[in-house]
Design a protein around this ligand. Structure first.
Ligand code: SAH
Length: 483
């Protein structure tokens, strides 16, 4: 039994409003908010107000609702399915509530729960699928927070999936006996090939997959060739720097393939039942070769289901994504890329460092600094000399070479540099100095995490209050050695 404390005083139902009149009385902010919410429905929305706030009027010009500009009178409510009293004046709202009730029309008075026949929920709209969140008017802000969390969990494509399901409902009822067989069909429909194809944006394939499923021609979860591989940016380390899309795909994944640099906390956001494949790729650790990773992705993609290939930062920045995408293309496996926050951006954020700076730096170079060994200097050094901000990935061991060759290319030894280890993580360390200080990086064995180096005049605009001088550290080491 439900205990008294758990009983709902307002019971949620979904009311048919298509083509029916819904009336909002009021022209201010509160009325506008209700009108926007109601415009998500196919009701005939009518606003009754002598005048409207300018932004409300501008919105109405878009044609989502009709405006009756006269003063309010009870007769305006005749025939409405729902009424909202949102005039902002208590006496007026009370009058509207009385008038609506006299006509047996359910009424809501904004911000006056005691006058409401019903409450409006916070909505996650994936029409025809909808999630309505309510608190019986007790805590609307809480409802909004819960809504935001659910919003993250649900793919924008779920509405299309529900609509596809509506199209197959009659056939499923004709062909499958009620109970377990029908339920199994729908489970496979929503978790298997049709869902994967809808998510990938391929309506025709989704329809074919659903038809195959209904005719019993395909096994529920692993139809060949229907898999989908997403190359997903895991961001620089902090799990809340993940995109909402990455978060959702992780939650839906059947398999997760990830590099050593991807933090455990991010992998842990994956669906619990997902198979996990760590593929290493960290200096000195045993790891799969790129060819083995390509083969694994193709195999998992072909086996069906949803594969998430998690890469640190952005998948398209020094992530060998090109090779993985080529392998998927060659194998005809459906795929997509989900961007992530790249390490250079996270490091810059940690120092409030403007990567472009008006009048100082108007371009940016992403490089590894591993191309500086040859006899001729790569072109990006010229960009550095002309004021570009340079972000160096995997640059710790080559720090000395980078510094000397940039100076050779014409950059002043006084050019500002910033270094961030473990950007975005609580364990991050920040350093600042000049090109001359940079070589000390290579010798430092206290830096065990990934390191991002940013060089250029714009770096001087950073906030160095939280960072240690590179040069000072060098002195400490020197003293330590001398002692
Ligand atoms: N695709 C990744 C880069 C992979 S290359 C991205 O877009 O960020 C690996 C290099 O990225 C590391 O050697 C280091 O230079 C940098 N890096 C990755 N994570 C970092 C972090 N949290 N802090 C500093 N540098 C990082």
């Amino acid at each position: 039994m439900t205990s008294e404390a758990q009983r709902l005083n307002a019971f949620p139902v979904f009311m048919r409003v298509k083509g029916r009149a819904v009336i909002v009385v009021g022209g201010g902010t509160a009325a506008f908010a209700k009108a926007r919410l109601l415009s998500q429905s196919s009701a005939r929305l009518t606003i009754v107000a002598p005048s409207l706030d300018p932004d409300f009027a501008a919105w109405l010009a878009g044609g989502d609702a009709a405006w009756i500009s006269g003063t309010y009178s009870a007769a305006r409510l005749d025939g409405a399915a729902l009424v909202f009293a949102a005039t902002g004046e208590e006496a007026m709202d009370r009058q509207i509530v009385r008038d609506a009730r006299a006509r047996r029309i359910p009424v809501n008075a904004v911000d006056r729960p005691e006058l409401c026949d019903f409450f409006t929920p916070a909505l996650v709209n994936r029409a025809p699928l909808v999630v309505a969140v309510g608190t019986e008017g007790a805590a609307p802000v809480l409802a909004q927070m819960v809504r935001a969390r659910i919003e993250q969990l649900l793919s924008p494509s779920l509405g299309r999936l529900a609509a596809l399901a509506a199209g197959f409902r009659g056939a499923a009822e004709r062909r499958l006996p009620p109970g377990a067989p029908r339920r199994r069909f729908w489970q496979s429909f929503f978790a298997g090939a049709p869902a994967v194809a809808v998510e990938a944006g391929d309506a025709a394939a989704a329809h074919r997959a659903a038809a195959r499923l209904l005719s019993g021609q395909s096994s529920p979860r692993t139809p060949p060739g229907i898999g989908h591989v997403a190359l997903v940016g895991a961001g620089p380390g902090a799990e809340d720097l993940l995109t909402m899309r990455a978060h959702r795909l992780l939650g839906e994944a059947d398999a997760i393939v990830y590099d050593a640099l991807v933090p455990e906390a991010v992998v842990a956001l994956g669906r619990r039942e997902a198979e996990r494949y760590p593929v290493g790729k960290r200096k000195g650790c045993h790891s799969k070769s790129q060819a083995e990773i390509n083969t694994l992705l193709v195999r998992l993609g072909r086996a069906g289901g949803r594969v998430v290939r998690l890469k640190s930062g952005d998948p398209l920045v020094f992530g060998r994504a090109g090779e993985e995408l080529q392998a998927l293309r060659d194998a005809g496996v459906s795929h997509e890329v989900v961007p992530g926050v790249t390490a250079a951006f996270a490091a810059a954020a940690d120092l409030s460092l403007p990567l472009t700076l008006r009048g100082v730096a108007s371009s940016m170079v992403f490089t590894t600094g591993h191309d500086l060994d040859g006899g001729t200097l790569p072109d990006w050094t010229k960009l550095a000399v002309s004021g570009a901000t340079v972000a160096i990935y995997m640059g710790r061991s080559v720090a000395a070479g980078v510094a000397s060759r940039l100076i050779e290319a014409g950059l002043s030894p006084e050019t500002a540099c910033a270094v961030v280890e473990n950007a975005s993580l609580p364990s991050r360390r920040r350093f600042h100095g000049t090109l001359e200080d940079l070589p000390s990086l290579a010798a430092r064995n206290d830096l065990t995490g990934p390191v991002m180096t940013i060089i250029g005049d714009a770096v001087a605009g950073a906030d160095f209050e939280l960072s240690e001088p590179l040069a000072a550290h060098r002195q400490v080491i020197a003293e330590g050695v001398g002692a």
